[in-house]
Structure formats: structure tokens, C-alpha cells
Design a binder for this molecule. Sequence first.
Ligand code: BEZ
Length: 395
Amino acid sequence: MPSLCRVRRISLAAAALLGAVALCGPAAAQGSGKLRVGLMLPYSGTYTALGVAIENGFRLYVAEQGGKLAGRELEFFKVDDESDPAKAVDNVNKLIKRDNVDVLIGTVHSGVAMGMAKVAKETGTLMIDPNAGADAVTGPMCAVNIFRSSFSNWQPGYAMGAVMAKRGHKNAVTITWKYAAGDESVNGFKEAFTKAGGKIVKDLTVPFPNVEFQALLTEIAALKPDAVYTFFAGGGAVKFVKDYAAAGLKEKIPLYGAGFLTDGTLEAQGAAAEGLMTTLHYADALNTPRDNAFRLAYAKTYKLQPDVYAMQGYDAAQMLRIGLAAVHGDVSKKAEFAAALRKARIDSPRGPFTLSASHNPVQDIYLRKVEGKENKLVEVASKALADPGRGCRLQ
Ligand code: BEZ
């Protein structure tokens, strides 16, 4: 009863007059009928491939469960969020008010995710964030109905700060896009790097999604730091890695980054990426039975190799199944849904993980090195790293 349910959300009194409450409220609340899933992802712009991989991963897990999660069939509603924070509230409201979704899956861009989380929190709509690392989503904006299957921006950055200090680098330049993901990734890096005695020479930024790097690469060459730490992803990461090599910097000033720099991008980056070291909660060839099965199924289904985004989409679906099973499909039981996820050990292709009190993955962060078309595992850089969840009052 989608249209009547929508009436119920707009005005309970009006819906009661129409006799609609009895028709849609209890049925939906008790978890019968199709679960309405809103996919809010980028299907255009620099993060398009990331959005597609997340949807692929999500759908793969659902298919493995016979097309249902905890006994409920799914109906999908999609919005292209264009990685545009200015449109985030309107876009999420299309899914909540127009399409009357039960759960939001999204998104990639941290600025857009914060808009989504605000509305999810205000309306109590269940939300699983399958990528965007915005620290605030599992920090000050945390809520009983908001979960993340991916990472906080702080996590890979913090792990890399320790790695670079251990590798003997005394000072570093940082370079990233000027928005929450870049700022927070760099902050995580600086926290660990300076704690270990490292110095920051300069923080450089370009506006998102600008890819005009030349002036900043010239500045890096002049500054001559020991090393560079960076956050770029998607199409921007491809361009940055190629430009860095073309500027002749690759052999002179080692480039490191959060693993998005080289995940899902190696085909396009070619030789420019060879040897780059990054930190992330996933790597190619982890060679565990769980990951091998996932990678084989993904490759068979999509004729593509999976990447970190596909894995996060897959795990968002796993998390939804775990929560739904605990509440017998009734998403209105938020506390019970959350309790099930808080005690779950999620059997992820990345390796098993749990959720922190603020609903962010507590997970191993891997150090990886590009060899050919793979981000090869070097070692575990940080074991069971938990985001500090600063500002979250959910505990
Ligand atoms: C972010 O905006 O949070 C983000 C985007 C792409 C990759 C990783 C993080």
C-alpha cells in the first residue's frame, strides 16, 4: 500500500479519516510485504563507478540469499545524488516522502552523507552508509537507526600516519580535495604522524571535484618534503596519480595515501600507480576462503573484479539481513535492530568485523602495495582499529 502509507507519514489524522492506518501501518510495521530499499548513490560524476560497485555488491548479497533478506523480498528505488551536497536533503526526501522507503542505502560522498544522516535522524528512517567516511555520521550525528558498513575517514589516515613515521619519513606535505573526506583523512593522518614525531610541511587542497593539480605539484617539487600523503578517489584519483608520475615526482618524493587512491582505479592508472603504498580495510588477494568466494561470485556475475566499494555494498546488505532477522522484518523496532548489529560479528570478505558503540566498523587496516593490477597485502598496519566516535552520545 505505498500511496496510503505515504498519506500516513504526511498526516496521521488525515490518513485515519481515510481508513488508511489499518491498511498500511500495521502491515508494514510487522514486516510483511516487500521491503522498500532506497539506493541514494552517485550515478554521474567523478564517483559514478563507486556508486555502481556499491549497488552491484548489495545486489550480489541479496541474490545469494535467494532474492530475499530475512524472508522479505526487496523493491528498489534509486536516486542519483550526483555527489552534490546542496541537493542531498531534497534527494533523500524523494526516497522517504515520495517513495516511502523503509531503509536508505547511501552514499559515497561525505558531504551528501551528512545531509542524508540529518534527515534519517530526524525522521527515524533506517540508514546504512556503504561508503561515505564522514566522521560526523558516527560522531555527533550518530543515532540508533544509522549504521556504517565502510570506514570513518579518520581510520585509513590514522593508520597511514603511523606507517609513514615507521618508514622513517620525518616530514610530509598533504594534498587532497577541500571537503569533509579530504580534511578528515588528512586530520587522521596528521594525528598519528605528529604523535610519532613527524612534521607537516604544508597542507594543500583543491576544491572538489577539481582535477587541475599542476600548480600544486609544482609547489610540492619546490617544498621537497620527505613524502606526500593524499586522499583522492574515483576519477580524481586516476588523474592525480598519473599527473604525479608525469610531473617526475614519483621517483623523487614517495607518494602515500588512503587506499581509495588505488582501489578500483588501477586499470586506468597503469604504470603510474606501480609500487604505491596505501592503507585501507580491504586488499586484493587476501586469499581467505570468505574473500575468494566473494570475489569469484562477483567476477562471475558482473565480469569485473570487485573493489572496496563492491565489498562495502555487499556488507551493507549483510548488515541489513542481520538486523531484519532480529526484528522479523519489522524495521520499526529500531532498538532491537540496533542491538542485533551491535553484538554481531559480520562475516565480511575484508575479514570479520564488529561495530563500535557509534555503529562504525572496528576493523583491521591493511598496508597494501600496488603490483601490476593489484593492491597486494603487505601487512596489517593497524589491528582492530576503532574510530574514536568523538561527539557520539549513543553509548
Ligand atoms: C567520502 O566522501 O567520504 C569518500 C568518497 C570516496 C571514497 C572514500 C570516501
